[in-house]
Design a protein around this ligand. Sequence first.
Ligand code: NAP
Length: 310
Amino acid sequence: MVAESLKAGPLAERIKQEVKSEVEGMVRAQGARPCLAAVRVGDDPASAVYVGNKIKACEEVGIRSEHHALPETSTTAELLDLISTLNSREDVDGILTQLPLPNGIEERAIIEAIDPAKDVDGFHPVNVGNLALGRSAFVPCTPAGIIELLVHNDVEIRGARACVVGRSQIVGRPMAQLLLQRDATVTICHSRTRDLASVTREADLLIVAIGRTGMIGGEHIKPGATVIDVGMNKVTDPDQVRELFGQAAGKRLEVLSKRGYTLVGDVHPAAAAEVAGRLTPVPGGVGLLTVAMLMKNTLLAARLRRKSKS
Ligand code: NAP
């Protein structure tokens, strides 16, 4: 069996187009554009790229954006001041703080300071709690995008055995909640799970978010299962690229020689393709949807805030 590749590019574009036309409608009706404020602290190059991609997506869909880049030496108090100002500004609909924050800044205090009505990342305890209660809430963008991808590809969730590997606040936990809301039978695995393969092999729907390059192999996958690979890991060793991609390694080795790295998920691409029914590629899979869903959440925040004020 060679798994079907669940590419997310066209769906991500469609979501952004839908947001764009709704934003234009809002501008025509109310004269105001939704606005996202992105806060970044320090010089982490990966964070700078992620925030840059989010700002670019805002431009594509017509959402106004602000980029607040603070120096590495910033204190928790300074960041809390900025969040407080953004909370009180009428013209700001969504606030995101790019994680991880530098050591020394109290991440939890920052997340909890964001007005839940502007928490477009869905990390505030009020939104986490509402999601756990099955109420409507801002849902973290990566798991929300995965649900869109499954629905778009007619992957049956109701009644399916779903296994989520990883229990982070950003991906694993909210993913499990969303699958439960849609009537899957959900198992959550983590680093202390005994005999991981025997658990994951039961799943019709396997979602992996662990940050371990290619760790999930053919032996972890039920034949024909749908496998969603959330991992994004940089690989710099050509031998590892050959081992991960087998005969398809050629293109990846070209990327590696141009950029110095290639992105690989948490699922072993060559081994999984032999067993799974459907598999998301990395890159070109889940990552594209995360930014599209952030746009959707920002539009939702603008709509809800304006409705509550009218
Ligand atoms: P995280 O906060 O580091 O959490 C990793 C989770 O994996 C933890 O729950 C950990 O278990 C579990 N884990 C680690 N090693 C394991 C093992 N050997 N067996 C079973 N479970 C194991 O990671 P994250 O933020 O969820 O991110 C996971 C991956 O997704 C990373 O590669 C990240 O770059 C990627 N990501 C991609 C996107 C996207 O848009 N595509 C978005 C977010 C994250 P414990 O809880 O027991 O420690």
